[in-house]
Structures are given as C-alpha cells and as structure tokens.
Design a binder for this molecule. Sequence first.
Ligand SMILES: [Zn+2]
Length: 126
Amino acid sequence: MPTCRSCHGTYPREYFIHGNGPRKDICQRCGVEKGMIEQSEATMIFDSSLANSRLTLLSRRMSIWLWIMAVWIFWFALFSNISIWISLPVLTVLTIAMLIYHLSGRAKYSAMLSRLTPEHERPPGH
Ligand SMILES: [Zn+2]
C-alpha cells in the first residue's frame, strides 16, 4: 500500500488521486485540502451516513471480543471459586464457539463492507 506524501498515511490505492508531479502519491483527503480535486471527485471520502453504516458494521463485527472479555471477567469475578469444574468447561466451549462463529463470518463481513464501499474505477496505468 502506498504512503501519502503529505500526511504520511498508508491507504489502499483507491484512496489516492491520479496524476503526475505534485498530484503523485497524494491521498484524496489531502487532495481536497490542498485544492487539487473537488469534494465530489473524492469518492473515498464518505458522507456521514455511509461512514456511520461502515462503523456500525465494523463495531458489530468486533463486538464479539467485548463479549468474550465481559464473560470472562464476569466469570473470574463471580464463579471462579464456586463450581469451577462445571462453569469453566462451559465457558471455554462457549468462547471457542464464539471465535469459530467470528471467523466464519469473515466472508459475509467483507461482502457487506464492499457493498458499502463506493465504486472505484481505476484508470489505466495505475
Ligand atoms: Zn494524505
């Protein structure tokens, strides 16, 4: 992934503007800030509803880690010294099942994320 010459951020190729000279390796956000492109040309700067949808999708995907941490903290706080030989295997199996579910949903997540990504037409030579 290329690095922006202006902000030193690393982004996929679609996030960069096209051109030579001062436009080379400039991301769309820096291009808009420096007046090289118009806001409407910057297809990868999302409007707020699209950004919210993407953030919701990401947080829904990553919330499983929060659940796993919460369940384990809850277990350590309350059940760890009561009936360890019943609750610990149940919790371990539950954690493994959650991780398998998380990993199996990767293709669905990337498909939904690509549906929320604007179309990018890569010009020849890029
Ligand atoms: Zn930049």
